[in-house]
Design a protein around this ligand. Structure first.
Ligand code: HEC
Ligand code: HEC
Length: 453
């Protein structure tokens, strides 16, 4: 606590001169320091800010007709004949990602489950479908929908049901993917430097985990995950392939095998290039990379109340995890073993996601271990053991676009900002205590700041 307090004092001093100074600043790949440190003074000039708006227009990566065509793929309702199912959750990406514009979040939650054996090892559910004839395993997701029984298979039943044995259960809310092209282009080294800085401050009790995850489009390559509640993917393309398969049951070049062949009549892979030569997967990834970042509420964020709240947010330590400023790598930087290069429109950009994208135990862990075969494919199963500690860790929720969310936290079970803050424990205990100890007026300022995001 003493450390937090001295940091508070240091940072009140450091924010006094400019209206908006992130308390933590990235200075080079190997150092990451509070704004009050000497390193900050010599840091390079600020990069251009990420393009931000809820207008559905592209961020400069592609032209408008291309973005509209890519969005059409993202919005399109898949049917059984085009590969939907056998198990699925919704007909289109947009069904769950649409608020306030295509690519945003939604109120949909998904069911995940598992149990621990006598030795304490996490075990995936064995879900019987087809009257018990087929066992679906290797995943924690329980799909809410199935294509049979239906017209073609009136007497078959692929609907998944949670077995009684699976006593670890969780729901997970659909998140926003707006601005994720920028997030993807943040160098691994920056996220690792943030983790090193956090872990070198034992008094703070915060020590995030950079999640090392496979990149599907670049076999043999791992990168630091940043997407999903457990930071389970580093690449927008990899996440799209995972989502197409697990949310919609559509197979693609990167996830070529359906979860089950039961009731399945469409040969894999089900995603093919269209007349212009692009697959849906390529269109999803380009659509996501071209989305603008969530903008702040311009009017509210200009108020003295919100500006003071921003200072409170940084000085009591919320910003240690909810990092206010990250910077993307320069245009042309190769990523994922050279499979992708940071495009001109996304290079050297400052973004304000209010997340470190690291996994933390803040006492809200859902007990569900990241399921390697589900997220990356059965060929990666030997990596499963490296994710044992993911059970109770959750990625720092990015707070940009917070004002568009009606339900909060991974499970969507918090409905007000105070409720969400009140659930922070574990690594966030000291910062939570600092919030609780604030005078009511400062708490209100902080909440006003949050409402401006
Ligand atoms: C049934 C609802 C649903 C559908 C349909 C769906 N998603 Fe998602 N999406 C989610 C949920 C829930 C998460 C959080 C997943 C997690 O980590 O547990 C998510 C997370 C994501 C993320 C990570 C974003 C971030 O910043 O963390 C991306 C990217 C994404 N989805 C892309 C897609 C694409 C592309 C499609 C269509 C192929 C799609 N989703 C379809 C519910 C859905
Ligand atoms: C140790 C890291 C850490 C610190 C410190 C921290 N948070 Fe968080 N925050 C998280 C994580 C992790 C989540 C997601 C938890 C979950 O969903 O179970 C989260 C979620 C949230 C959410 C919910 C966002 C959403 O979209 O659901 C809000 C609001 C929030 N934090 C505000 C704050 C405030 C305000 C402070 C300072 C008082 C703070 N946090 C301090 C890690 C942290």
């Amino acid at each position: 606590m003493r450390h937090v307090l001295s940091w508070v004092v240091a940072c009140i001093a450091c924010t006094a001169t400019t209206p908006y100074t992130p308390a933590l600043t990235y200075t080079s790949a190997s150092s990451y320091a509070p704004a009050s440190s000497p390193a900050h003074a010599t840091s390079p000039a600020r990069s251009a800010d990420a393009v931000a708006a809820f207008d559905g227009l592209p961020n400069g990566l592609v032209d408008l007709p291309t973005h509209r065509a890519d969005q059409a793929a993202f919005d399109r309702q898949e049917e059984i004949s085009s590969g939907l199912g056998p198990l699925y959750n919704a007909h289109s990406c947009r069904d769950c990602h649409e608020n306030p514009v295509a690519g945003g979040g939604g109120q949909t939650t998904e069911l995940r489950a598992g149990h621990r054996d006598a030795q304490g090892n996490f075990v995936f559910p064995q879900v019987r479908i087809g009257g018990g004839s087929v066992v679906v395993t290797g995943r924690t997701l329980i799909n809410d929908k199935a294509i049979c029984p239906g017209a073609e298979f009136p007497d078959n039943d692929a609907q998944e049901h949670l077995p009684d044995s699976e006593n670890i259960r969780a729901t997970r809310l659909a998140v926003s993917l707006l601005g994720d092209g920028y997030v993807e282009a943040v160098p691994d080294a920056l996220l690792e430097a943030i983790a090193r800085w956090q872990c070198s401050q034992p008094d703070l009790g915060v020590c995030g985990t950079p999640m090392q995850v496979p990149v599907l489009e670049s076999p043999g390559t791992v990168a630091i995950g940043r997407f999903g509640w457990k930071s389970e993917h580093a690449s927008v393309l990899s996440f799209s392939a995972d989502a197409y398969l697990n949310e919609m049951g559509v197979t693609s070049a990167l996830r070529p095998t359906d979860v089950t062949s039961y009731c399945d009549t469409v040969p894999d892979p089900e995603d093919h290039p269209d007349a212009t030569g692009y697959t849906d997967l390529e269109r999803f990834a380009r659509f996501i990379r071209a989305t603008k970042a969530p903008p702040r509420d311009a009017k509210l964020s200009a108020t003295a109340e919100a500006r003071n709240g921003s200072t409170v947010f940084e000085t009591i330590g919320c910003a240690v995890c909810h990092a206010p400023l990250l910077t993307t790598a320069p245009a042309g930087t190769p990523m994922f073993g050279g499979q992708y290069r940071v495009p001109q429109a996304l290079g050297s950009v400052a973004l304000h996601p209010y997340s470190d994208y690291l996994a933390h135990d803040v006492g809200t862990g859902d007990g569900i271990v990241l399921a390697v075969p589900e997220n990356y494919g059965p060929q990666f199963v030997q990596m499963q053991a490296t994710f044992a500690a993911s059970a109770n860790k959750i990625r720092t929720a990015p707070l940009w676009g917070l004002r568009t969310r009606s339900r909060l936290m991974h499970d969507g079970q918090s409905y007000t900002l105070r409720e969400a803050i009140g659930r922070h424990q574990g690594e966030a205990s000291k910062v939570r205590a600092a919030f609780d100890a604030l005078p009511p007026q400062s708490q209100e300022q902080l909440l006003t700041f949050l409402r401006s995001l």
